[in-house]
Design a protein around this ligand. Structure first.
Ligand code: FAD
Ligand code: UDP
Length: 381
C-alpha cells in the first residue's frame, strides 16, 4: 500500500514525490504515461549528441529564492540570460521592445526619456487593460503591436489578442532602457547537466517508486494508495463532464545542421511570416560545445498533447466548474499547469507544489488530531 499515488512525473509530481518521500517518510508511487520523467521539461541527447528539449525550449528563471534554493539541492547551475530577436520586416530587432528596438527600427537616437515621450505619442491609452491587445496598444501603440504581437499571437493561440486575457502579452514587458534580455528575474540559470538529470536526482529516494509508460486510468483500480496527487489535465480526470477545456498544442520540428552556429541568439521569433512562431538553438541554452548544432521550430496546433491552457474568460469559467468538483474530493490534490489550468512557468509550478506539500503536512497533522479525539483521547498536542 502506497501512501501517495502521484500521476505525472513533471515538476508538480516530482517535487511532491521528493518532499513526501524525504521529509515525511511517505511511500510514493509516481506514474507517467510517457516513457520518461521530467514532464514537459524533459531533455535528452539527440542523434548527434546535442542536448535538446523534447517539448520545446525550457529556460529557467525565477525571483523566488525559495524555489531556487530548493532546486539547487538537485543540480548545479550554469548562468544563462536568454536573449530573443524578432524578425520584423526582414530585419532582426530585440524583443521585449526596448530603446535599442526603437532606435534601430526607426533610425533614431532617442534617450530613455525621449522614448517615453515617443511611446506616449503613439500609444492608445485604455481606461481598462483587459485583453492582450489592450496591454500592447496601451503601452506602445498600434504600429508596434501589429509588427511584433498581433501575428505572433494569432499563430500561437489561433485567437486575436483582443480575445485573450491581458496576462498573456503582459508576460512581455516594454522597456525604455537598453536591456535586451528576455527576462530580468534575479535567478536566470540552466541545470548544468540538464533537466532530466535534475529530475533523476529528485526522484532518487528509496521511498519513491517510478512507473513509466502507464496511464493512470488503466491502473487506478489495481494500485493500493491512501491519497492521490493528480497533475494531468483536470477535465480528463472528470471524464470531460462539463466539456473539454481548450488547450493549445505545438508540433516541434527538430533539425540538426552541419555547422557550428545557426542563428545569432538563443531564440528568434517570427511574428509575421512562416507557420512557425520561433526557432531556438539549444547550444546557447546549454553552453554545449559541438561542431554541429540543433534547433527546434515551433508550429502551434489545435490538436496534440495539451501544452498551453488558453487564458480567456469563458475557459476560466469552465475550469471553475471542474475546480468545484475537485474541491469536493477528499484525499485528492490537483497540482500543476494542466491540473489547475494555469499558464504557469516552471518556477511557479515548483512554488505551487511546495505550498501543496505544506498543506498536505498540515492536513495530516489535523487528521491525526481528529483521529485521536475520535477515539476519545488526549486533545491537542
Ligand atoms: P507537465 O510537465 O505537463 O507534467 C504532467 C505529466 O503528467 C506529463 O509528464 C504527462 O505525461 C503526465 N500525465 C498526464 N496525463 C496522464 C495520465 N492519464 N496518466 C499518466 N500520466 C499522465 N516554463 C518556464 O519556466 N520556462 C520556459 O522557457 C518554458 N518554456 C515552455 C515551452 C513550451 C513549448 C511549453 C509547452 C512549456 C514551457 N514552460 C516553460 C512551462 C513548463 O513546461 C511548465 O511550467 C512545467 O513543465 C509544468 O509542469 P507540470 O508538472 O505541471 O506539468
Ligand atoms: N508574444 C508576441 N510576440 C513575441 C513574443 C510573445 O506576440 O515576439 C506574445 C504571444 O501571445 C505569446 C505571449 O506573448 O504567446 C507570451 O510569450 P512567451 O514568450 O512568454 O511564450 P511561451 O514561452 O510561454 O510560449
Amino acid at each position: 500500500m502506497y501512501d501517495y499515488l502521484i500521476v505525472g512525473a513533471g515538476f508538480a509530481g516530482s517535487v511532491l514525490a521528493e518532499r513526501l518521500a524525504s521529509q515525511a517518510n511517505k511511500k510514493v508511487l509516481i506514474i507517467d504515461k510517457r516513457n520518461h520523467i521530467g514532464g514537459n521539461a524533459y531533455d535528452h541527447y539527440d542523434e548527434s549528441g546535442i542536448l535538446v528539449h523534447k517539448y520545446g525550449p525550457h529556460i529557467f528563471h525565477t525571483n523566488s529564492k525559495q524555489v531556487f534554493d530548493y532546486l539547487s539541492q538537485f543540480t548545479k547551475w550554469r548562468n544563462y540570460q536568454h536573449r530573443v530577436l524578432a524578425n520584423v520586416d526582414g530585419q532582426l530587432f530585440p524583443i521585449p521592445i526596448n530603446l535599442n528596438t526603437i532606435n534601430s527600427m526607426y533610425g533614431l537616437n532617442l534617450s530613455s526619456n525621449e522614448l517615453r515621450d515617443f511611446f506616449d505619442s503613439c500609444s492608445e491609452k485604455r481606461k481598462e487593460v483587459l485583453t492582450s491587445e489592450d496591454v500592447v496598444v496601451n503601452a506602445v501603440g498600434r504600429e508596434l503591436y501589429e509588427k511584433f504581437f498581433k501575428g505572433y499571437t494569432k499563430k500561437q493561440w489561433d485567437l486575436d489578442p483582443s480575445e485573450l486575457n491581458a496576462s498573456v502579452t503582459a508576460r512581455i514587458p516594454t522597456r525604455t532602457n537598453k536591456d535586451n534580455r528576455y527576462f530580468t528575474d534575479t535567478y536566470q540559470v540552466m541545470p548544468l547537466h540538464g533537466y532530466t538529470k535534475m529530475f533523476e536526482q529528485m526522484l532518487n529516494d528509496p521511498n519513491i517508486h517510478i512507473m513509466l509508460n502507464t496511464d493512470y486510468k488503466d491502473m487506478i483500480n489495481e494500485i493500493g494508495y491512501k491519497e492521490l496527487i493528480f497533475t494531468g489535465p483536470i477535465d480528463e480526470f472528470f471524464n470531460y463532464r462539463f466539456g473539454k477545456l481548450p488547450y493549445r498544442s505545438i508540433e516541434f520540428k527538430f533539425e540538426t545542421y552541419d555547422q557550428e552556429v545557426f542563428q545569432e541568439t538563443g531564440t528568434i521569433n517570427y511574428p509575421n511570416d512562416y507557420a512557425f512562431t520561433r526557432i531556438t538553438e539549444f547550444k546557447y541554452l546549454s553552453g554545449q560545445k559541438h561542431n554541429k548544432t540543433s534547433v527546434v521550430y515551433e508550429f502551434p496546433t489545435a490538436d496534440g498533447d495539451p501544452y498551453y491552457p488558453i487564458p480567456k474568460p469563458d475557459n476560466a469559467e469552465l475550469y471553475r466548474k471542474y475546480e468545484e468538483l475537485a474541491k469536493k474530493l477528499s484525499s485528492t490534490y490537483f497540482v500543476g499547469r494542466l491540473a489547475t489550468y494555469k499558464y504557469y512557468n516552471m518556477d511557479q509550478v515548483v512554488a505551487q507544489a511546495l505550498s501543496t506539500f505544506k498543506k498536505i503536512l498540515s492536513a495530516t497533522t489535523t487528521n491525526k488530531y481528529l483521529i485521536r479525539t475520535d477515539h476519545g483521547s488526549v486533545g491537542r498536542h
